[in-house]
Each structure stands twice: as C-alpha cells, then as structure tokens.
Design a protein. Sequence first.
Lengths: 430, 516, 407
Amino acid sequence: MTTQAEILIIGGGLAGMAAARRANSLGLKTSVIANSTGSLPYTSGALDLIAVYPTETKFYHSKPWETLSDLLNQQPDHPYSKVGLKGVKDSIDDFMSYLEDSPLKYYRRENENIAIITGAGTIKPTYAVQGSLKANVLALEQRKPTLIAGFKGLTDFAPEQVVENLQDRWPGLVAQRLDLTGLVDQKRRITVANIASEFEKVAFRAEFAKLVKPMLGQAKFLGLPAILGMDKVMDIVADLENRLGVEVFEIPLLSPALPGTRLANMLKNDLLADGISYRQGVPVDRLEFEGDKVTVAHRQARRVDQAIPVSMMVMATGRFFGGGLVAEQHRIVEPLLNTELEVPASRDDWHMKTFLGAPGHPINRVGVKTDEYLRPVGSDGKVLYKNISVAGAILDGHDWVREKSGAGISIATGYAAVDALLSSSEVEAE
Amino acid sequence: MKVETQVVVIGGGLTGAGILRDLSLRGIDAVLLERRDFNAGASGANHGLLHSGGRYVVNDAESAEECVKENAILKRVASGCIEDCGGLFIALNEDSDEYVTDFLHSAEKVGLNTEQLDVEEALEDEPYVNPDIKAAIRVPDASINPFLATNSNLTAAKQDGARVFLHTQVIAMKREGGKIVEVEAINRTTGEKITVVADQVVSAAGPWVDQIGALAGVDVKIAYSKGSLLITNARLVNNVINRLRPPSNGDIVVPGETVTITGTTSIRVSNLDYLTTPAAEVDLLVNEAEKLVPAMRDNRYIRVYAGVRPLVLSDDTDGDRGISRTFTIFDHAKDGIDNFSTIAGGKLTTYRLMAEKISDLVVAKMGLSKKCKTDTVCLPGSEDGQTLDTALRLSKLKASTEESEVICECEFVGKKQLQELITELQKDGSKIDPNTLRLRSRLGMGSCQGGFCGYRTIGFLYEEGVVKQKEGNKMLMEFLERRWHGTKPVLWGDQLRQEQLLEAIYCGSLNIDGNL
Amino acid sequence: MTNDKKDNKHLEDRKNLRKLVVDAGGDRCISCGACVTGCPIADWSEERLDPRRMIRLVQIGQGELLVEQDWIWQCTNCGRCTYNCPVGVDLQAIISMARSLVPKDESPGGIQKTANLHRTISNNMNIEEEDWIDTLEWMTEELQSEIPDFELPIEKENADFFVTINSKLPMYYPSDLQDIFKIFYAAGVSWTLPKKWWEGTNYAMFTGDDETWEETLRNQVAEAERLGCKHMAYTECGHGYFATMEGYAKFGIQPKFDVTHVVKLYARWIREGRFKLDPSKNKQLITLHDPCNAVRKASMAGFESIEEDSRYVLNNIIENFTEMTPNREDNYCCSGGGGALIAGFKHARTHYGSVKVDQVNRTGAEMVCSPCVNCYDGLHNLAKDYDCSWEPIHMWKLLANAIVLDK
C-alpha cells in the first residue's frame, strides 16, 4: 500500500497530531502512520504547559509564560528553547483555540496554570482541561460542598480516597458509593468502559439522576470518576447538570483514561474528516536513505515490506512506551535513524535511587539531539538528514513528566517541526 | 505488656516459624518475636527451591544427605507449599565429564535418586532449555513457596496455642546470673513495650544472630553473604534446571508458580539492612542464566531481590561456597548463659531438621522428654495431599470474580480474598498495608509488580475504612518506593516500558510526586 | 517424583502456545488493559476471561486451559485488541493459535464442516455445479425483464474481472445476484463467473486449518488464471477478502491477477463516471457499518481497506447519510465475525451485540449499510433479538437501486 503525501508524519500521539494539523493548515498533503494509539489514551486529557521548574526543587509555578521565559534563558537545549517563546505561544494559542471551540470544549486561563483533583485525591497542576473537568477546577478553588460519587464494583476509583486526602483543606467533601444493580445488566462487569457506554443512554442517565439526587444534600458540585461517555461528554454533562441542578465534573483515573481517549479520537477523526490519511497499527521498521531521499520501510503484520519514498518527514515517535526509543541492556537506541543515544555508562545511573524523588531520572532527559530547526544531528553536531525533523517527547533535553510540560512540548515542537521543514526546503530551493 | 511463656523464639523466618511449630506440637508454650513481617530475611529472598541434594552431593555429602531426607519429609508434611516439578542437572559442552560420573557416584552414596536421561528425552518438556547439552540427570528437586511455608508453620503453631508478635523488635535482654530473665521488645507500629519472661530463649534471627547475641553479651561469629536473584514475568521452565558442575554463581533456574527465578551470587556485605544489586551483578546473573536457558537473555525480568545468608565462620573454608551449608547450633551455656541458644546457617530445605535439633536441645534444657513430631504431622493446607498447582489459577479467577472484583490482574487476586486476609490481620493486631497483603497472597507479584494493583489496593483499603486521611496515599508512595528498589536494576527493554507508563501515570496524571 | 508425563502432542502444543506468546510479543504486555476496553467479549465467560488474562494464562504456563475454553471461539476476531495495544502484542495471532491447537473435529459448531465443504465441493453451501448454473440463469431471466440485453458471462475467457460470490447468495438471497449483475453491467466492464471456485469466503481461517485455507485459495487462483482474468473482484465479504489477501501473503501465493474489494471498484467506477446515479432512490436515513476485516484488520495488515471508498460511494448513492460513532477503524464488531455466526454460541453473540445495537440506535438510522455478508447476518440477528427499528442492507442493493439505466 503506497501513501502519496508531501509530508509524512510518523507517530500518532499528540506531537504527531499537532504536526499533522499544522501541515494540513498550511496546505500540505499530509499522511500519518502510527504504531498504535500513542500515549494520549492513558492520560487525563489535561494539557500541561509547564508547572514545575526546576525539577530539583519541585517548585510549582502558577504563571507558565513567565516560567517559560526563565527556562528559555537557562536551558538552551530544551525543546521549548528550540521553538522560542513566540513559537510556543503561537502554537499553543492556535491549538488551544481549536480545542476550545471543539465539542470537547477545552478550558484554560491563558496566563495561569489551573489545578484539578485526581482519582488518588491528589492535586494536579495543568494548563488546560477537557470541558468535563472545568467544574473540577472551579470546585477545588471554591471549596464548596461537593459530593464525590464512586460505584460499587469499580475498583479503579475510591471516592473515600479522594475525600480522605483532601478533607483537611476541603471540609465540604462527602464520599458516596453508588450501587448500580438494577440500572445495569448483571452480566456486564462494572468497568470504566461499560459504565461509560451506559452513560450514553438517556434512560440510564434518568435512572442515575434519580439515584444520586437524594444524596446531594447541600452539595453544589458532583464529582464522578471519568466515565461520562466515550464521546459526547459535554452533552452528557449538560444533561446531568440539568437533571441534578448542580455542576458536574469528571475526576481522572488510571488507564483506561477516557478523557485522553476522547481527545485522541477527536484529533484523529478531525484529521480524517479533513482528508488526511491516518493509519494505525502500522509500525515503521526502518528508514532507508539514499542521498537526500528517505524511504520509509514499514513492515505491516510483521511480514510485508512496503517502502514509501517521502520528501519531508516528521518523526514524532515518542519515547520508550510507544517504541520511539529502545533500551537494550547496556545502551539506548533510536531505531529509525539507527542512532545510539548518549547515556550514563552504568545502567545503575540511568535512574535515581528513589522512584518519586527529585530531580527526576537521568534516562528521561536523554533523547534525539537536534539543531535549532529540530533536525536530527550526529555526535559531531552536523545535521544528519535535511528533510527530517523531530517532534515531541523523543527530543533531548527535557523531563516532561517532572516538569509537567508534556503536552506543551508536543504541540509546540509538532508545529515547529513542520515549519522548520518548510523553511529549510525554501532555503534549499533558493 | 508482660508475656510469660516457656520458650521465646526470636526471628520470624522459616526457621523461627519451624521452631515455634515444633515446640507447640510437643505441647510447649512458645512465643515468637519478629522485628518486621515474616520472612523479612533470607526466607523471603531465595530461590524457592526444595533441594534434592544434587547440588551438594559431590562437595558436601553431609548437606546432601540432609537434603535427601528432608526433601522426602517435606513433600509429605508440607505438600501444600510445594510444586513437585522435578529437577534436571544439565552439563554444557564445556563442563567436565568427570563431574558427571562423580555426581552419579556420590548421589548413590547419600541415597539420592537419580536417573540419567537421553538429552532428547530431557528436553521434551523443556522448550527453552539450552539444547546444546551433553548430559542430563533427573533428580527430585521441587519448587517451594517460602511464604506459604512460613505462614503454615505459624498458623499451625497458633492453632496449638503459640503466640506470634510481628513488627516487634527485641531491644534488650536482662541477665541475672547465668540466665536471661527478661526479653524486652517494642512494637514498632504502636510503640507498645512487651516484656517476655521465658524459661528458654532461642535466637533464629538469621544474619542478625550476632546482633541478638550481642544483646545478651554473647559473641556469635558470622559472615554476611549476599545472594541476588532475578525473576522473569513468565514460566519458562517446567523443571528446576541446575548446572551439572561444581556450584557457582547463577547456575540454578527455578520455576516458581507463575514466574521463573534465577540466581544466585555470593558476595560479602557489611550492611544487612540496605541491600542493593548493582547492574554488573544483574548482568552476571543474566549471562549465567542464558547458558542454561537461552531465552533468558531477551526475556523480561520484572524484579531483582537479595537476601543475606549468615555463614558461620570456621577456619577451614574455600571461599564462601566452601563453608558448609549444614547449620550450627550454639549452646550459650558455654558462654555462661544456660537458657540461651542460637541456630544459624543451614538452608530452606533443612528448616524442619534445624527446628527439630534446636527444639531437642531446648526441651532437654527444660528437663522434658517430649519428642519431635514435625516429620509426621502435616501442616495445615497439606493434610490431604494438596499441592501447589498453577492450573488452579483459572478456577481461582472464576472464584475471584464470582463474588467480588479482581484487584490484582496479573495474579488474579480478588477483593474477597483480600477482605478475608484483612480480617485475619486485624485479629492478629497486625499491620495492614500492600506489603503485608502481598506476603500473604500473591498481590503485586506478577508482571506489573504492583504498579496497577498497588493503586487499586489502596483504593480498596480506603473503601474498607482500614486507612484514613493521607495514610493510604503515604502507604502507596512507600509501596512504590519499595517496589522500585527491586525493579530499578532490571529496567531495560519491555520492563522499562512498563515503568515509563507507571511513572507517567503516577507523576503525570496523578501528580503523586508533587507537593501541591 | 516428577510431573505427570503427558503425551508428546500435549507437550508440543504447550511449547507452541508458549513460543507463540513470545513471538506474538505477549511478553511485552504491560497490563494496561487497552485490549480489554475494546473487547466485546471481555465480560462474557464465567471465568471473566479477557485478552489481558489470556496472555497471563499462557505466561504462567497454563495455556492449555485456554485451548479448552469456549471463549476463544466466542471471540469474533475483530482485532480491536491488537489495534489498541501500545506495545504491539499480536493478540489475534494468539487466539488463532489457540484455535488451531484444538483438534479439527472438536471445533465447535459448523465452522470446520463449512471449511471441509469448501475444500471438497468448492463452496460452503454444498451447492452443486448444476444448481449454481440454474440459479444464475434464473436470476438472469429475472433481470432481463429490467435489462433485456443482459447476458450472463459464465466461464468467459479473458474477461477483465473474475467475480467472487458469497455462497449465501445463491442459497438464501438469490435476488441479490441481480443487483450484482446490474452493477457490473452498468459499469460496462468485462467480467465472468466461473462454474466452480467462485466462493467469496474462507472459513478455514477461523479454525486455523492452514491446509484447507491454502488449498482453497490455490484452487480459486488456478481457476481465475485458467480463465485469463486480470483482476479479481472480491465480493462484499470481509473475512473472505482478508483471508484471501492474508492467505496469499502467508502461503506465498503470487497470482497473475490483482485482487480488489468490490466497494473500491464501485468507487472507482463512480469516479470514472460509468454510472448514472439517482440518490433519491434511497431516501431513508442510512448509516454505515465498517466491517472489521475489510477496514481495521486490512489496514493493520497492509492491504487496501474500504472505509473511505465506502463513504464516497454512499455519498453518491443515497440522500441521507449519518455517521455512527466510533467509525472507520474504531468501529465495533457486528458480533458475527470469527465464525461466531455458526459456532453455536448465539447467546454470547446476542449479549455482546448490545454494544453494536446501542451504537446503531444512537444514530437514529433506518438502515445500516453493511458491505459484508456476515456483518449483514450478524446485524440482522441483532435487530431481531433487540427488536430494533433498523435493518441492515448490502451496498450492492443501494447501488443497484440508484443506478439509472438509459433505455
């Protein structure tokens, strides 16, 4: 199967999606191939810009743009620095405007970070959240009486955990476990996915509202685990708010994480609706180079080789989880360009002695090194391939999970990677 | 609180538990004090191997003979803790032919049943064992679950009236004349002080016997020899696989219910309480394992753990492996204390014999003539010839889901089982946290090593009201850190991918590392 | 003193299952549960088996238990598990392997029998050659009342298109043959139907009966090559198409013709302006079901998939289209895949079909266009069981309706 495209994006995660949207908006015929779903379906759908810096001190910042300015001054090799403050702001504003207008009604406060409560009863700082979590932000801020409701049989969410951990600063929190017997088919396991599909039915919502309304008492908010449908979440939230007379919000859980899944699905479907070719379950085996031309050899179903010649390519293959980076017993490689990354010599030094401590694991900071155009460079600093640029978490010089900067890096570098290819090809043409 | 008894046993490993059970079966009142939870020492960090004796036949006939006898006894009285999978000794092409003959000859001398097999026959049931071998000998090795073993001994003892105090550390021993009159201990969870007044004091504290001895003013000379082991996330072999050559590092691969365990090393250490396995040691184990089972090069390791063997120092040694694995009993009457004795050394396989011998000594000291019965009376869970069988997993899964939900997906541990455990622990006044639950079920022992089920377990504890306020989250973080200690050294390949997902969830989605 | 000695076959099987889990990447499993979220039969069995637990069972050395479960036959082979797995575990391959380890005469329901018929008589439904010709001629007569100059091209040498037909048509829905004939006629292409080996399915794939799978494919290829055809037009049958493409790759079959799914041909012919179309002939509100084998699984395996062409075609032949969600590669199984229609577990199918039913109900559509015969049957059963107000319809019927022939 051949793919005709002016620009090929390898990677279906947030960076790949951002790059695809950018390329499409600039009029390029775009094609995306993805190994699997990327990591979005495992996330809370919350988009982080930057919240902790430096990671040594775990200092939390409420004003991300100011923090970014500091970071850009101090860390020239950070992906944000490669993009530049204006590039970051423009791409974030553009992407956020799309999300804010979308059916997922994303919410942010342009110049401030926001915070939500999580399924573990912890507080997570972030930059933007899906519409169904907007009231989560507000409820936490206002600390008004709130009912946190879980479900008997759902082991992934304990409302008691949420309330116990937050009670000292939020005394108006009450936990309740709802029994869905009678509302749901006995044979169906109580799981996130099953309950979510129930919430899509009007009849279920009516019964659910009848069940929960008497428990609300003085509550002004109702917090539920993130199970409000697979897809039309804002309609469901609106319906529930209408029936219950309180604001309703979702609380993010472990995987499966529906808000992240919804975002991933919407991004994909919007690309498809725009006529962009998007194919998943298509791992790339290797890149073959001949002069300036790159051929993508992808072995589908682990058997058939198909080579696609491309003229421009964005590599947004992620880190270890999606297979963008591979850790062998003694070294770390990036398989497409077949390069070995610089890592501490002993595996003992790849990680810290503690799991959660500061500043973060050294292995999280290694990545593909690039020039200021996000083009991959060799150990001598020279650009390896002029028609490839790199985007997302695979880049060198950041620790997204400790900085709380993952989404921002993906979006900003996703856009920048496309722009860089265009500007460098213009330069070539001259 | 004051506790009066006939014998106080210090140390809650398999030996201590065995002693408690032995004495109780003889009708003697006994109390056990353990600083942490059971199997906190070597009993919780070994191969899980019930030796046939093959490993010792050539170089340590005494040990071998003990193993032969105890192997048969335990398969009767502790069958419920044992999977009688059998074992193979395999010789690689570079191993000596002479050793093969020595082996068979020596085995005969100590009464060890062996059967030399055609290489092809031996490999029939072993698709992953190195096919490039020149000899294979079948022996009656077996896989034993040391947590079940210790727990059944404790349960048996308690059924006969013994009392067990976990998380209770001995802090002083009061001597008067040639006797220890009081053993002072403190419950590390509650802070409560316990004073035990006993006729006899037995120290079965593993590598801590020197520290316990010191409290009594006695010098017990031992060396600490650390051994590290690796666990894979799948069951690669069906028999215990041993290298047919003089014992060395990393030459045993043991099927342990749902996983495969390989090891071990023998490295002198001085710090007992913080054991690490550096990358180089892990790599060594992987290299050695690969020789026996080539698939262990690329297979996913989920954890590394280490235990310390107490080696009783004697003058005539040949590296630490030369120190006899037979145990030593110290009658401290020689040191001026009539009612204190220590047992050290030995191995998992001979725990019952060790317990028997020291119980005999203690009984004699008390002027009684009660005889040991542990070689004939079955432990609870073994009375009807039950054995460990992973085939039961599926029906266990069914049972788990029939009445409740599954908390640990990797090992199919359900809520109902955990609720029962909690009730038990509450009755005992024991701590309830993911680790105490883990020791008594298989929670968190599968592929994800508690990464996901640790979270669900905490949620469950909050639901049951066992933890309040931030206690549970604190436990979760402690659990994650404890788990990390074992997973960090094997983080490459797919195990690293697992870890990356978990870090992303805990620090990304949940911000559990944050301080907001 | 050792574990029970079992016979060699048993050990061989265990070896294969264990190796297969490793080869299919089962060891990579990180317990994330993405496969469970997408699986229609995750709740169904008493043991509450699901794909993640399946991998775990094999890892712990209990793969044989898996081989004994009905669950592996209730799986519809929809491929969502593999599609969503972040670390690339080929769960479908594990199910297929487990099935192939079940002795053929012990596989449930009629799947193997069907495969055996296909192998011996060249079609699943035991239709003798004369009956096949009779049915074709009868439908030709019927069609000639609308298209007098229609001629049935049986065994026409050197025709461009070798057309496959799902044997359910001559058996149960012969009038659908008229729609197909009309389409090819209107397209103005040269095509033919053979007397044998016209079957557009392959049930052997469902029992892992590689021998039958390969043999039936080779026979069909030989037939098409004998007639000198340049292209094979594969009928609206998802698994048949997939089994053909996958089978050619797996068995190293290199035919002298190429294979195209008919939906792609419809789209191509519409673009080429070969049809005059009147969408007002299909006024109902219609939604589209994406057959797993021709969309998600085809795409993963590297074969041409039909999701975009399906939509293109529909948008040209009906008036009111509504998309179901999720759709395309994310669409849910009809409940009839993997041989499930004849495996004998109807109650299981009906149970997990509720997801599909809800999905279709949400669209408010009156009809579900289903470009796959098994999906059509699966949906038809569900509509009956759940008393739904919608019905499935083949794409050939909608297209044939919309085609305007100048007299």
